[in-house]
Design a protein around this ligand. Sequence first.
Ligand code: PHE
Length: 351
Amino acid sequence: MKEQLEQIRRDFLTLVKEVRDRTQLEELKNEFLGRKGRLKGAMKEMASLAEEERKLIGAFANEIKEAIEHVYGEEEKKIEREEEATRAEREWIDITEPGSFQKTGHLHPVSQTIAEITDIFARIGFTRVPVPEVDWDYYAFEALNMPKDHPARDDWETFFIDAPEGKKGKIVAIPHISNVQVRAMEELKTPFRALYIGRAYRRQSDTSHLPIHHQFEVLMVDKGVTLCDLKGVIEHFVHSYFGKDRTVRLRPHHFRFTEPSFEIDISCDVCKGSGENNGASCRLCKEGWLELAGAGMTHPNVLKAGGIDPNTYTALAFAFGIERTLMMREGINLDDIRLLYKNDLRFVNQF
Ligand code: PHE
């Protein structure tokens, strides 16, 4: 009997070595310790033994049972540790690895530029004023010293809105944002410094022109505003936006609403103003200068139209095309300026 119990223990110890996982271990436990297990079987046989012997064998059977339970317990712990280790392996995450980010968009390069320009002028006291995108002929042309039928109007290839004519003429999709000049004079208290940014509409669309482009314009009205101030404000902008090493050149020009009038050139960054690059003419500017804006001292007739006495006040004004300005800073000569509005993320995401 004793030998039978020993055999049970030995079998258990051999078989437990082959156990690979929890299920196998449970099966083994059942086979040996279960209600119909081998140990129970052996113990049943004990019933036929004499009292004295039964006690001894009973105690021994208990010993064997405890030994098996002990080994079982050890084995169970071992399996638990293994399971824990594989789970840790399987569920391991590297918390130092860069996370996967939600794709967020960003402002269009033109909107970024507008924000930057607003900031640059805010630093010298210019406040943004709104731009009506359709306006009376009066504000777009007439008040700007361009009487009806004046040929200078043809310089702006204007879209007219199909709407009845009013006291201030026809309605146009503004071809420049200078329509705001007289509106600002009417609405703001003189002296003032106004910045306005908006879309201008012209009948043109080719590789270097957009039917809709953005402009920003400044208008500063005060006593004793001079050409020096004009150049100073332009330089403030150019140095802030393009960098201190860029030079500003005012080239005489003609606008009906400014006198004198200029075109603003800034030195090219690619050829540093020389017009040459490795012996060839500069790919960006060809002559050392980039033409970027129109400027001038506000014509007395315009001040008068805005109810301001030109004998007391003088004013400066200038306007830049924003798409061109932004391209020139990036030093890119787009084959087609319309690329800016093709909504091609491969392009837009470079800014
Ligand atoms: N409005 C002019 C244009 O769009 C530019 C300009 C603005 C010129 C202000 C002088 C003063 O061409």
